[in-house]
Design a protein around this ligand. Structure first.
Ligand code: NAP
Length: 314
């Protein structure tokens, strides 16, 4: 008999159905059913669940779970909501997502490198004026976080001849990239980067990481791209640095509160580009294939994929 794998998601019915379709297509040897439709026996029997922003109360009704496979790369919400002795958490590590995120990094780095916000403003004022264009090698791009996403982005920036540096917890090296770690390393990288790209996870250590002091320690006229999580950058401090002209532009894909509230000053700020959390979407087909591979390996060998370190928070 096929094992029943619960799909636990805090989402609407249409989205749940679309996910179930993709997951079932990728793993016909399993029976994947919405948590809501499972009977008591099936809930007791479940050892593993596939989750997308799950309600912890639902997971609490699956008492024998050994692990859960998230369909998202970011796990900060599950990590804070689930008890430390709860099921192990496996997050989505999809090379396609890293490629998609790297594409966003290239797109918005070029937007800033080519001074597009300035030309947009010139057009609005009917001004015909050229400005010098530095070479990519004359632009230093500092990436916070050299994990799955940061590394792929760094590689693609190098391919385009940008000067790239990266900051991570371990300071692990990468060919062609000057790497930094620790608070001093962060300050040094910030002081020399023309564009800073945030790709670290949100944890106790990274919440408010780019605060007033750090933002003011950034290079004069630098720009910021936040593709990770809103609370890593202090919103008020960022607005201050943009208003006083110390920072040139911010491309923000993520916010403390999403959707971004109507009254947020970010919406109308001339030096801010607001994006609705679209830089690295999960692709249903490639994500389902990865979950299928991980589940097949687990049921064949009992081996779990690499899981989240609850102490580190990522
Ligand atoms: P990852 O593979 O876990 O990499 C995280 C990187 O951050 C690693 O290099 C890690 O250092 C570094 N790091 C973590 N905590 C740190 C700290 N306290 N100090 C310094 N460096 C630290 O994660 P990922 O897959 O690249 O994803 C990164 C984040 O992107 C996710 O957590 C998620 O929030 C965000 N994301 C956003 C979207 C979107 O659409 N906007 C989509 C997907 C993901 P080590 O290398 O030393 O471990």
């Amino acid at each position: 008999m096929k094992a029943t794998i619960p799909f636990v998601a805090r989402t609407d019915d249409a989205d749940r159905e679309t996910w179930l379709e993709a997951l079932r297509a990728a793993m016909p040897s399993f029976k994947i059913d919405a948590f809501e439709t499972l009977n008591g026996e099936q809930r007791q029997a479940a050892r593993v669940a596939i989750v997308a922003d799950p309600d912890p109360a639902d997971l609490g009704q699956l008492p024998n779970l050994e692990w859960i496979h998230s369909l998202w790369a970011g796990v900060e919400r599950i990590v804070t909501e689930l008890p430390v002795d709860g099921p192990k958490i496996v997050r989505l590590e999809d090379p396609q997502m890293a490629r998609t995120m790297a594409e966003a990094v290239i797109a918005w780095t070029l937007y800033l490198h080519r001074d597009m916000p300035r030309y947009r403003r010139q057009q609005e004022a009917r001004v015909w004026k050229m400005h010098d264009l530095p070479l990519p090698s004359q632009r230093t791009i500092g990436i916070l976080g050299l994990g799955n996403l940061g590394r792929m982005a760094a590689g693609q920036l190098l391919d385009r001849q940008f000067t790239v540096c990266g900051w991570s917890r371990s300071g692990a090296g990468m060919d062609g990239v000057e790497t930094f770690s620790g608070p001093d390393g962060l300050d040094r990288m910030l002081s020399k980067s023309d564009i800073v790209i945030v790709l670290v996870p949100l944890t106790d250590e990274t919440r408010g990481l780019l605060d007033a002091d750090r933002l003011s320690a950034m290079k004069e006229g630098a720009s910021l791209i936040n593709f990770a999580r809103g609370p890593i950058v202090e919103a008020t401090a960022l607005l201050e640095q943009l208003d006083r002209g110390h920072l040139k532009h911010a491309v923000l894909d993520v916010f403390e509160q999403e959707p971004l509230p109507q009254e947020s000053p970010f919406w109308s700020h001339p030096d801010v580009t607001v994006l609705p959390h679209i830089s690295g979407p999960t692709n249903r087909t490639t994500a389902s294939a990865i979950v299928a591979e991980n589940l097949a390996a687990y049921f064949e060998t009992g081996k779990l994929p690499e899981f989240v370190d609850r102490k580190r928070g990522y």
